[in-house]
Design a protein around this ligand. Structure first.
Ligand code: CA
Length: 342
């Protein structure tokens, strides 16, 4: 594998201190032949201890995590940190500015670019850098998501059911430390090359979230994201403080749900105008109407029903009203005790 072409002004070998800089990805455009795309990066090191890589903006149109990490960038000092904290508030600034999921520079979904390519597009080069330079430095990898413009999500921390049982047990505990009411085991139903999958393959303790959806995020979700993140960083041992359990925070036990079958993800059978017929968090029974597709050019035509294939809980639903055939319109999850799973 050839060397990365990404440069940085951060000195990762410094034993103590706070450095704010960037990763520079070579990128030519019509008005900038020798330009580079800059990804802000902050390294805070308080001494020996665990290393945590904390990121958001993997998908540009997912904002609560970006806000939460920008706050930590400004607030945290090396005295707050035991070990190393690497902050990347926005992995995809052009997409964040454009409020898009995909990079406007290369059209790529960054979360399908792993393990990346050092000689590929900007997204592929950055994925390769994370996979070969930053993941190996970290014990914990945190990637904060939302449903973006395409999906609404019940706010949750979520994870893959990794096969290694020791890694899985640590990920379950870390996911619960986010203190969300719902914790979610999810499957990859839309392609390979995800960031968390690559980090899990390297044995990392991976913590991810879906903090709501849409471009506008309510204050309650911002607060939940920031408080959960703070508790997770204490849990990882990188931030000083006392970790809270949900009970200590005055909350009930977390509800673990799973959507590990492809059938749990419901897709639009035809293009049209989509009506969500259930709310997020609503319990549903097999055969219940999740939503329906209407046809503005055929007013006489009956809408097509999208039904629940099984009993469960709606954890995600459709964002934009116009759907294309094959767009995901709902996710139905099921109660589970993750510690009972093989
Ligand atoms: Ca996302």
């Amino acid at each position: 594998m050839s060397e990365t072409q990404i440069h940085t002004d951060i000195d990762f070998s410094q034993p103590h201190g706070k450095q704010c800089g960037h990763l520079a990805i070579p990128y030519s455009h019509n008005l900038g032949g020798w330009a580079n795309l800059r990804i802000p990066l902050c390294l805070i090191r308080g001494g020996p201890g665990p290393a945590v890589l904390l990121m958001a903006g993997n998908h540009g149109d997912e904002y609560p995590g970006q806000v939460a990490i920008l706050k930590l960038w400004r607030e945290l000092t090396p005295e707050d940190v035991m070990g190393t904290l690497i902050l990347i508030p926005c992995l995809n600034p052009p997409a964040s500015k454009a409020a898009t999921r995909l990079s406007p520079l290369d059209g790529r979904n960054f979360n399908r670019c792993f393990p990346g390519n050092p000689n590929g597009t900007v997204s592929e080069m950055l994925a390769h850098y994370l996979s070969t330079v930053l993941f190996p430095m970290a014990e914990y990898v945190i990637d904060l998501h939302t449903g973006g413009r395409s999906m609404g999500f019940l706010p949750c921390a979520h994870m893959h059911l990794v096969p290694d049982l020791t890694q899985r047990a640590r990920m379950l505990a870390a996911t619960e430390a986010f203190l969300t009411e719902t914790a979610f085991l999810y499957a990859d139903v839309a392609g390979a090359g995800l960031l968390p999958t690559d980090a899990e393959r390297q044995g990392k303790i991976v913590i991810t979230t879906e903090m709501g959806g849409g471009e506008t995020v309510p204050a309650a979700i911002h607060r939940q994201c920031q408080a959960g993140l703070h508790n997770v960083l204490i849990h990882c041992g990188v931030l000083r403080g006392k970790e809270k359990t949900r009970a200590e925070a005055g909350l009930g036990p977390a509800r673990w749900v799973q959507a590990l079958d492809r059938a749990d993800y419901r897709f639009a059978p035809e293009s049209g105008l989509y009506e969500n017929c259930v709310e997020l968090g609503e319990p549903i029974r097999k055969g219940d109407l999740l939503g329906q597709v209407h046809f503005i050019e055929q007013p006489d035509r009956e809408p097509i029903r999208v039904e629940a294939h099984a009993d469960g809980l709606v954890v995600a639903n459709r964002g934009p009203s116009m759907v294309g055939q094959g767009d995901c319109v709902a996710c139905v999850a099921h109660d589970v005790d993750p510690r009972e799973l093989p």
